[in-house]
Design a protein around this ligand. Sequence first.
Ligand SMILES: [Zn+2]
Ligand SMILES: [Zn+2]
Length: 559
Amino acid sequence: MEKVMRQLANEDLSIVREEKSRDELLKMFHDNPFKIDKIRDNVPEGSGSSVYRQGNFTDFCTGPHVPSTSYLKNVKLLSLASTNYKGDEGREKLVRIYGTVFPTEKELKDYLRMREEAVKRDHRKVGQEMDLFVFNSERAPGFPLYTPNGTVIKNELVAFMRELNERNGWEEVSTPHIFTDTMWRQSGHYAKYKDNMYTFEFKDGTGYAVKPMNCPGHITIFEREPHSYRDLPVKYSEPGQVYRYEKSGEVGGLTRPRTFMIDDGHGFMRPDQLVEEIKSLIAMTRETFMLLGESKLDFELSVMDEEHLENYLISYVCGKCVTVFHARKVSSEGELQCPECGSLDIKPDLSKWREATDSLRTALKESGIVYEELKGEAAFYGPKIDVHVADAIGRKWQCSTIQVDFMMPVNFNLQYVNQAGKKENLVMLHRAVFGSYERFMAILIENFAGNLPTWISPMQVFIAPVSEKFVDYSEKVLAKLRKSGLRAHLDRGSETLNKKLKMVREKRPSYIVVIGERELQSEKITVRNRKNEQKEITIPEFVDAISKEIRQRSPTQSI
Ligand SMILES: [Zn+2]
Ligand SMILES: [Zn+2]
């Protein structure tokens, strides 16, 4: 097929768009029941659509297409998939062919090399080799279970984030996994998100849902006492497990599971505190992604489209009685009515949105960040910053997010007492730096192709005695390393050294310590790093160097 495609590309056939009426279309494609179906479904009676002609081949399509087949010289077919027509299991089986094309041969080759590299690094494959997590499609479809090795990684990430949060004033809290319907109605989750929530009714008739987000729990803690302007900001964080029903939960992967843990934080503050808090979060984001070594961050600022106010929850003011209320119009033409006096003379007040958006802009600029501003991409409840990270092979992952929220403070009536003793609405921030722990683990694994930095490596040291004769001395070495807090493993088996090293390769130990006659005599150990470079050092020297590397959470090896 590729050969034929290249031939056609070399023929430089023009691809021409032609407009046809519905009747003409039905006639043209009368011998193709699928096309007839598509035309009937998509082209209303009395109207028309387009076809594209290329040589003697014509297809029903709305386009757009390249102007000529000569644009398609650097083509590569990638995979096949079998699907049922319209995704309906009762319908015909069809084959879908995936392929790609690039302007130059070099770009195509680079892409294919990256793709090949990505397959080798796939966290599902590496995760299995390193024994990090388990998926069971019958017992918990789309829900990862962590093995001891995987739990080591997760716990190290939690410890890192806990330190980072503490240093930046985000206090840790802990909230339950289920709440009653009362909570989810007030939070607005039932109105917006119920289809994605795991809900159940207990035998006493009370309705519950498993949390898809941690915000309502944090708000409940915040509400326990009144807050004055002096107490703000109040910032809570939690390694919070959430559960969201994903229709096509990615089977066996950590990038789109049905449960995941967010390094979730909620800040409650005065509007004038936004800039400083966002700058601090940007600094936290930068520090976090240094864990990957060299990595490039892209910042996006999503703002409202003021031409389409119906897409957002905003403040409105009544022209008659000056009541201020929060609402989202049903459509661009939809009218709003004053909840107090019923007047239709309602004006939007965008000052809060604009002020918050400006704060995000200022924080980005003062942090020296060149960012992209996306008009109309804000959430309906507020503007936000999203961060994408490019990994070692150039793929981009969406991670951190900082979101301003005008909805929750309204739904929960969150206020503070200002300097004049009056109650004012506060601003709420949702933030996640890793995004989810699951996603960050996937990025870590793929970025390093499983050769994780020592601080997070499930097997920091692998001790391999040359023969059984050296197991006793190796046990002593093991005890010393473990006493120093290192995750060290000893292979007591009777296999040859080469066999032992081969067997452990997929587990990707950070350092390999080989112990034989010479080591026994010299009371030293021979240490091999990931590049297979060897060094003969004493145990205290080794412990000092590796402990420092771990303490610094260095992305590179020091020995
Ligand atoms: Zn939240
Ligand atoms: Zn009014």
